[in-house]
Design a protein around this ligand. Sequence first.
Ligand SMILES: NC(=O)c1ccc[n+]([C@@H]2O[C@H](COP(=O)([O-])OP(=O)(O)OC[C@H]3O[C@@H](n4cnc5c(N)ncnc54)[C@H](OP(=O)(O)O)[C@@H]3O)[C@@H](O)[C@H]2O)c1
Length: 276
Amino acid sequence: MGTALGVALSRAGWPITAVASRDAGRRERFSRLVGGTRAFAEATAILDEVELIILAVPDDALAGLAAGLRLYSGQALIHTSGALGAEVLEPAMAAGTQIGSFHPLVAFADTERAVAALHGATIAVEGDDQLVALLAGMAEAIGATAVRLAPGSKSAYHAAAVLAAGGFDALLDAIAELGRVAGLDEASSLAIYGPLIEQTLGNARALGIRAALTGPITRGDVGTLRAHMATIAADAPAVVDLYRAAAEREIALAADRGALTPDAVLGLRAALALQS
Ligand SMILES: NC(=O)c1ccc[n+]([C@@H]2O[C@H](COP(=O)([O-])OP(=O)(O)OC[C@H]3O[C@@H](n4cnc5c(N)ncnc54)[C@H](OP(=O)(O)O)[C@@H]3O)[C@@H](O)[C@H]2O)c1
């Protein structure tokens, strides 16, 4: 993350003055990719060189590292974690300093792909008004869009991102498992159900999530739900919990939009409970 941001920001004309890494190879690589930087082995050394410090280290290392830093007045310290709020950096604060966070919603594998992915990415920013304005400008400079999060909401924002990426992949895995029961290999399942997924996403974006819900649950079709639960329990038992959890959410959505009578809701919930 640190190298990708360094490359992207310097290409956008932001002066990257210094870098710190404990590893000589990484320091050398950063300096080669981002010209004109001074490289240090200790994070504390860069405090004498820069105005804005980006701590791009694993989440678990942030608190310990921040505890070993002491900012000078006028400096700002930010991290790039999606899960942690800016407050984890508080130990480094002194009078006249600011803390914040800058989290690109991307998955970084190698540097060049990461730099490309930053273009068009959403970057969640936290901080006081002045720092947020600076971070929004920084996001814009690298072709990204900044979104300001409400204080204390970082964990929920990140949980939603994990559900959208890893959670969605888990859903695809369950879809493929049911596809296998029907004789489809993974590629066939993705080819068959992929367009349906894309249609659903398109409908949700155009009409809203509630209005985009289709399927037997919106029709109160208890018999179909009962048949699904029976076949999943028999042929793909590992999918039962996920199917039931999604169906419960669908029942709530359908009821909320007035598509189901209270009796239909009870009937659908009873069908779901059958294979517990
Ligand atoms: N990778 C992604 O796709 C991605 C996406 C969004 C946000 N992020 C966030 O960006 C941050 C960095 O992620 P990353 O994937 O770039 O991490 P990383 O490659 O695993 O680690 C980055 C650097 O952290 C330093 N580090 C590791 N353990 C440390 C410790 N105990 N104390 C001090 N420094 C330590 C290492 O520096 P040395 O060179 O000194 O060894 C390492 O080069 C995390 O907060 C992560 O949540 C990552």
